[in-house]
Design a protein around this ligand. Structure first.
Ligand code: SAM
Ligand code: DTB
Ligand code: SF4
Length: 322
């Protein structure tokens, strides 16, 4: 059954934990079966990510290389000119992307000239025939409406981790602020992209608790990015252990089973994975990746688009059309 009534919004912690902890082959088999009911399993959505404003962020997210308070090696970059952004978007389309995501290292959107410029970028990318996505920090209902009117298709705003673990990772805002922005996005008629990060030092229960927040929303986020912590030198989490492949596979499979109709995005962490490991993630239900012509996500390295296209060919997968 591929209708919205078949989606559940009443998952319990125990149920999701039991799924997450299943023997790995059984878990992947179940997730792959669900994936095949809801999606074309040979298609992967390519979403090109571009940092349109980099670094100098006032927030203290302890994983992030763009927080001004940590001494990282990144180059701060003011908001890019609209023409530069549109040139990247055009190239992204030529390279097979169906979605283009613009990210800004802001705590929140302010009603100023920079926001007017973002609105122009959204219009321009939309006119190229790409799904336009933005991730700009917190939004008011009015700002969300302006973005929707400009043609914004999706807004990325991650829960990042569980409500319980949140204050260990970020002190400059609260879990509820995130939920509030997601609500504003939803009400404005923009699709929601929201997921999180593993490898922050959280427990399995925290991972499940975060998934529960997403899976029990009235409407599931249309896309759910699962990031493995990209360890950035100079941030408080720089020495965290690398996320193991089976943890990533378990997280993706559980996300796929809990939110079968959503796109599940294998996000940060791909550079540290082999092709075989990424294939496990696709089998477990991931059907989207971030690509970039600059071989970076925002500030950390990502595989090149050439390498990604080669990987899809090797695996017999094809880029999803809009
Ligand atoms: N500043 C905005 C915000 O925080 O919502 C938008 C950009 S922010 C970089 C988008 C998301 O990227 C974060 O919420 C987090 O989930 C993810 N992210 C940031 N740094 C990361 C890292 N080092 N490893 C994995 N994911 C990361
Ligand atoms: C998401 O969930 N992952 C992307 C995107 N949303 C904006 C960002 C990942 C950032 C990885 C670390 C970096 O390059 O800063
Ligand atoms: Fe700023 Fe976003 Fe990085 Fe947090 S994740 S420090 S809000 S850019």
């Amino acid at each position: 059954m591929r209708n919205r009534e078949a989606l559940r919004h009443d998952w319990t912690k125990e149920e999701l934990l039991a799924i997450y902890n299943k023997p790995i082959l059984e878990l992947v088999y179940e997730a792959a079966s669900v994936h095949r009911i809801w999606h074309k399993a040979d298609e992967i959505q390519l979403s090109t990510l571009l940092s349109v404003k980099t670094g100098g962020c006032p927030e203290d997210c302890s994983y992030c290389g763009q927080a001004a308070r940590y001494h990282t090696d990144i180059n701060v970059q003011a908001l890019l000119p609209t023409e530069t952004v549109l040139a990247h978007a055009k190239k992204a389309k030529e390279n097979g992307s169906s979605r283009f995501c613009m990210a800004a290292a802001w705590r929140e959107v302010r009603d100023n000239r920079d926001f007017d410029r973002i609105i122009d970028m959204v219009k321009g990318v939309n006119e190229l025939g790409l799904e336009v996505c933005c991730t700009l920090g917190m939004l008011t209902a009015h700002q969300a409406k302006r973005l929707q009117e400009a043609g914004l298709y999706a807004y990325n705003h991650n829960m990042d981790t569980s409500a319980e673990y949140y204050e260990k990772i970020i002190s400059t805002r609260q879990f509820d602020n995130r939920l509030n922005t997601i609500q504003n996005v939803r009400k404005a008629g923009i699709t929601v992209c929201s997921g999180g990060i593993i490898g922050l030092g959280e427990s399995t229960t925290d991972r499940i608790s975060m998934l529960l927040t997403l899976a029990n929303m009235d409407i599931h986020p249309e896309s759910v990015p699962i990031n493995a912590l990209a360890r950035v030198k100079g941030t408080p989490l720089e020495n965290n252990p690398k996320v193991g492949i089976w943890e990533m596979v378990r997280m993706i499979a559980t996300t796929r089973i809990a939110m079968p109709g959503s796109m599940v995005r294998l996000s940060a962490g791909r550079l540290e994975m082999t092709e075989t490991e990424q294939a496990w993630c696709f089998l477990a239900g991931a059907n989207s990746i971030f690509t970039s012509d600059r071989e970076t996500l925002l500030v950390t390295p990502n595989p090149s688009i050439t390498k990604d296209i080669q990987m899809l060919q090797n695996l017999g997968l094809k880029p999803m059309k809009k």
